[in-house]
Write a protein that binds this ligand. Structure first.
Ligand SMILES: CC(C)(COP(=O)(O)OP(=O)(O)OC[C@H]1O[C@@H](n2cnc3c(N)ncnc32)[C@H](O)[C@@H]1OP(=O)(O)O)[C@@H](O)C(=O)NCCC(=O)NCCS
Length: 164
Protein backbone atom coordinates (compact mmCIF):
# COMPACT_ATOMS: atom_id res chain seq x y z
CA UNK A 1 0.00 0.00 0.00
CA UNK A 2 1.27 3.48 -0.88
CA UNK A 3 0.07 6.98 -0.13
CA UNK A 4 0.27 9.93 -2.52
CA UNK A 5 -1.51 13.16 -3.48
CA UNK A 6 -4.91 12.53 -5.05
CA UNK A 7 -4.98 12.49 -8.84
CA UNK A 8 -7.98 13.37 -10.99
CA UNK A 9 -8.07 9.83 -12.36
CA UNK A 10 -8.69 8.51 -8.81
CA UNK A 11 -12.20 9.94 -8.75
CA UNK A 12 -14.29 7.06 -10.12
CA UNK A 13 -12.67 4.79 -7.49
CA UNK A 14 -12.99 7.40 -4.76
CA UNK A 15 -16.74 7.69 -5.35
CA UNK A 16 -16.98 3.90 -5.04
CA UNK A 17 -14.94 3.95 -1.81
CA UNK A 18 -17.05 6.72 -0.22
CA UNK A 19 -20.29 5.02 -1.25
CA UNK A 20 -19.14 1.71 0.24
CA UNK A 21 -17.66 3.20 3.42
CA UNK A 22 -20.48 5.64 4.28
CA UNK A 23 -23.39 4.10 2.34
CA UNK A 24 -23.95 7.46 0.63
CA UNK A 25 -22.21 9.95 -1.63
CA UNK A 26 -22.53 13.07 0.54
CA UNK A 27 -18.88 12.87 1.67
CA UNK A 28 -17.50 12.45 -1.86
CA UNK A 29 -19.69 15.36 -2.99
CA UNK A 30 -18.34 17.39 -0.07
CA UNK A 31 -14.78 16.94 -1.34
CA UNK A 32 -15.76 17.92 -4.88
CA UNK A 33 -17.58 21.00 -3.63
CA UNK A 34 -14.62 22.07 -1.52
CA UNK A 35 -12.40 21.59 -4.57
CA UNK A 36 -14.73 23.69 -6.75
CA UNK A 37 -14.79 26.41 -4.07
CA UNK A 38 -10.97 26.30 -3.78
CA UNK A 39 -11.30 25.44 -0.09
CA UNK A 40 -9.54 22.08 -0.36
CA UNK A 41 -5.97 22.37 0.92
CA UNK A 42 -4.85 18.71 0.84
CA UNK A 43 -6.28 15.58 -0.76
CA UNK A 44 -4.42 12.28 -0.39
CA UNK A 45 -5.14 8.81 -1.76
CA UNK A 46 -3.94 5.44 -0.43
CA UNK A 47 -3.73 2.76 -3.05
CA UNK A 48 -2.71 -0.79 -3.66
CA UNK A 49 -3.38 -1.73 -7.30
CA UNK A 50 -6.14 0.86 -7.22
CA UNK A 51 -7.32 3.53 -4.76
CA UNK A 52 -8.22 2.00 -1.37
CA UNK A 53 -8.69 5.07 0.83
CA UNK A 54 -8.82 8.84 0.82
CA UNK A 55 -8.44 11.79 3.19
CA UNK A 56 -9.18 15.47 2.65
CA UNK A 57 -8.45 18.72 4.46
CA UNK A 58 -10.06 22.12 3.97
CA UNK A 59 -9.26 25.60 5.18
CA UNK A 60 -10.53 26.80 8.56
CA UNK A 61 -10.70 30.49 9.46
CA UNK A 62 -10.02 31.43 13.10
CA UNK A 63 -11.51 34.87 13.62
CA UNK A 64 -9.77 35.83 16.87
CA UNK A 65 -6.38 34.27 16.04
CA UNK A 66 -6.09 34.67 12.25
CA UNK A 67 -2.31 34.19 12.25
CA UNK A 68 -2.88 30.52 13.21
CA UNK A 69 -2.89 28.47 10.00
CA UNK A 70 -5.69 25.97 10.57
CA UNK A 71 -7.56 23.30 8.64
CA UNK A 72 -10.29 20.68 8.99
CA UNK A 73 -9.76 16.94 8.50
CA UNK A 74 -12.84 15.60 6.69
CA UNK A 75 -13.73 13.28 5.20
CA UNK A 76 -11.69 10.09 5.67
CA UNK A 77 -12.71 6.74 4.22
CA UNK A 78 -11.20 3.35 3.51
CA UNK A 79 -12.81 0.76 1.26
CA UNK A 80 -14.44 -1.88 3.54
CA UNK A 81 -12.43 -4.63 1.82
CA UNK A 82 -9.21 -2.99 3.04
CA UNK A 83 -10.24 -1.78 6.49
CA UNK A 84 -8.39 -2.71 9.70
CA UNK A 85 -5.06 -2.92 7.92
CA UNK A 86 -3.76 0.46 9.03
CA UNK A 87 -4.61 2.30 5.79
CA UNK A 88 -6.48 5.14 7.51
CA UNK A 89 -3.64 5.47 10.01
CA UNK A 90 -1.14 5.72 7.16
CA UNK A 91 -3.29 8.39 5.46
CA UNK A 92 -3.61 10.42 8.66
CA UNK A 93 0.09 10.21 9.56
CA UNK A 94 1.28 11.01 6.02
CA UNK A 95 -1.06 13.98 5.66
CA UNK A 96 -0.22 15.41 9.10
CA UNK A 97 3.45 15.31 8.14
CA UNK A 98 2.70 17.21 4.92
CA UNK A 99 0.62 19.80 6.77
CA UNK A 100 3.43 20.34 9.28
CA UNK A 101 5.87 20.83 6.41
CA UNK A 102 3.44 23.30 4.85
CA UNK A 103 3.43 25.38 8.05
CA UNK A 104 -0.01 24.47 9.38
CA UNK A 105 -0.48 25.13 13.11
CA UNK A 106 -3.77 23.39 13.88
CA UNK A 107 -6.02 20.60 12.60
CA UNK A 108 -9.63 20.12 13.73
CA UNK A 109 -11.65 16.94 13.29
CA UNK A 110 -15.14 15.73 14.19
CA UNK A 111 -14.95 12.02 14.94
CA UNK A 112 -14.49 9.19 17.37
CA UNK A 113 -12.00 10.23 20.13
CA UNK A 114 -10.98 6.57 20.52
CA UNK A 115 -9.76 6.60 16.93
CA UNK A 116 -8.34 10.11 16.53
CA UNK A 117 -6.76 10.19 20.00
CA UNK A 118 -4.03 7.85 18.75
CA UNK A 119 -2.76 10.63 16.48
CA UNK A 120 -2.77 13.20 19.29
CA UNK A 121 -6.16 14.84 18.62
CA UNK A 122 -7.60 16.16 21.87
CA UNK A 123 -11.17 17.31 22.71
CA UNK A 124 -9.74 19.66 25.39
CA UNK A 125 -7.89 21.77 22.81
CA UNK A 126 -11.06 21.98 20.70
CA UNK A 127 -13.13 23.20 23.67
CA UNK A 128 -11.57 26.66 23.27
CA UNK A 129 -13.05 26.98 19.77
CA UNK A 130 -16.59 27.99 18.92
CA UNK A 131 -17.80 25.88 16.00
CA UNK A 132 -21.08 24.51 14.62
CA UNK A 133 -19.92 21.07 15.83
CA UNK A 134 -19.01 21.77 19.48
CA UNK A 135 -19.20 18.71 21.74
CA UNK A 136 -17.21 15.64 22.81
CA UNK A 137 -16.53 14.50 19.23
CA UNK A 138 -14.82 17.72 18.23
CA UNK A 139 -11.06 17.39 18.62
CA UNK A 140 -8.01 19.43 17.69
CA UNK A 141 -4.32 18.78 17.18
CA UNK A 142 -1.69 21.52 17.44
CA UNK A 143 1.08 21.04 14.88
CA UNK A 144 3.05 23.93 16.38
CA UNK A 145 3.20 25.83 19.70
CA UNK A 146 1.40 28.70 17.97
CA UNK A 147 -1.54 26.36 17.26
CA UNK A 148 -2.04 25.74 20.99
CA UNK A 149 -3.28 29.34 21.35
CA UNK A 150 -6.28 28.80 19.08
CA UNK A 151 -9.59 30.01 20.48
CA UNK A 152 -12.87 31.66 19.61
CA UNK A 153 -15.24 31.43 16.68
CA UNK A 154 -14.25 29.68 13.46
CA UNK A 155 -15.61 29.44 9.92
CA UNK A 156 -15.58 26.14 8.04
CA UNK A 157 -15.50 25.87 4.26
CA UNK A 158 -18.99 26.72 3.00
CA UNK A 159 -19.52 23.22 1.58
CA UNK A 160 -20.04 21.95 5.16
CA UNK A 161 -23.14 24.09 5.52
CA UNK A 162 -24.61 22.33 2.47
CA UNK A 163 -24.07 18.82 3.94
CA UNK A 164 -27.31 16.90 4.63
C1 LIG B 1 -12.80 4.82 10.11
C2 LIG B 1 -12.02 4.19 8.94
C3 LIG B 1 -11.53 5.32 8.03
C4 LIG B 1 -10.83 3.43 9.53
O1 LIG B 1 -10.09 2.89 8.43
P1 LIG B 1 -9.07 1.70 8.65
O2 LIG B 1 -8.10 1.70 7.52
O3 LIG B 1 -9.81 0.45 8.91
O4 LIG B 1 -8.36 2.18 9.99
P2 LIG B 1 -7.06 1.60 10.64
O5 LIG B 1 -6.75 0.24 10.08
O6 LIG B 1 -6.01 2.64 10.62
O7 LIG B 1 -7.54 1.47 12.14
C5 LIG B 1 -8.56 0.55 12.49
C6 LIG B 1 -9.23 1.07 13.73
O8 LIG B 1 -10.33 1.94 13.37
C7 LIG B 1 -11.44 1.63 14.19
N1 LIG B 1 -12.65 2.06 13.50
C8 LIG B 1 -13.22 1.57 12.41
N2 LIG B 1 -14.33 2.28 12.10
C9 LIG B 1 -14.43 3.25 13.00
C10 LIG B 1 -15.35 4.31 13.22
N3 LIG B 1 -16.40 4.52 12.42
N4 LIG B 1 -15.15 5.12 14.25
C11 LIG B 1 -14.12 4.92 15.07
N5 LIG B 1 -13.21 3.95 14.93
C12 LIG B 1 -13.37 3.12 13.90
C13 LIG B 1 -11.33 0.17 14.34
O9 LIG B 1 -12.08 -0.28 15.45
C14 LIG B 1 -9.83 -0.01 14.59
O10 LIG B 1 -9.56 0.33 15.94
P3 LIG B 1 -8.44 -0.42 16.77
O11 LIG B 1 -7.15 -0.08 16.08
O12 LIG B 1 -8.57 0.17 18.12
O13 LIG B 1 -8.78 -1.86 16.64
C15 LIG B 1 -12.87 3.19 8.13
O14 LIG B 1 -13.39 2.22 9.01
C16 LIG B 1 -14.01 3.84 7.37
O15 LIG B 1 -13.85 4.26 6.23
N6 LIG B 1 -15.20 3.90 8.02
C17 LIG B 1 -16.39 4.48 7.40
C18 LIG B 1 -16.24 5.95 7.21
C19 LIG B 1 -15.91 6.69 8.50
O16 LIG B 1 -16.50 6.44 9.54
N7 LIG B 1 -14.92 7.62 8.40
C20 LIG B 1 -14.45 8.39 9.53
C21 LIG B 1 -15.28 9.60 9.70
S1 LIG B 1 -14.69 10.58 11.05
Amino acid sequence: MRVRLEETTDWPSLYTIYAAAFGQLAEADLVRRMQDDEDLILSVTAYTDEPAGHIAYSRLCLHETPSIKACVLAPLAVCPLFQKQGIAAALVRHSLMRLTEDGYDLVVVLGEPHYYGRFGFDPKLAEKLKTPYDGPYLQALALSDHGKGAHGPVSYARAFAELN
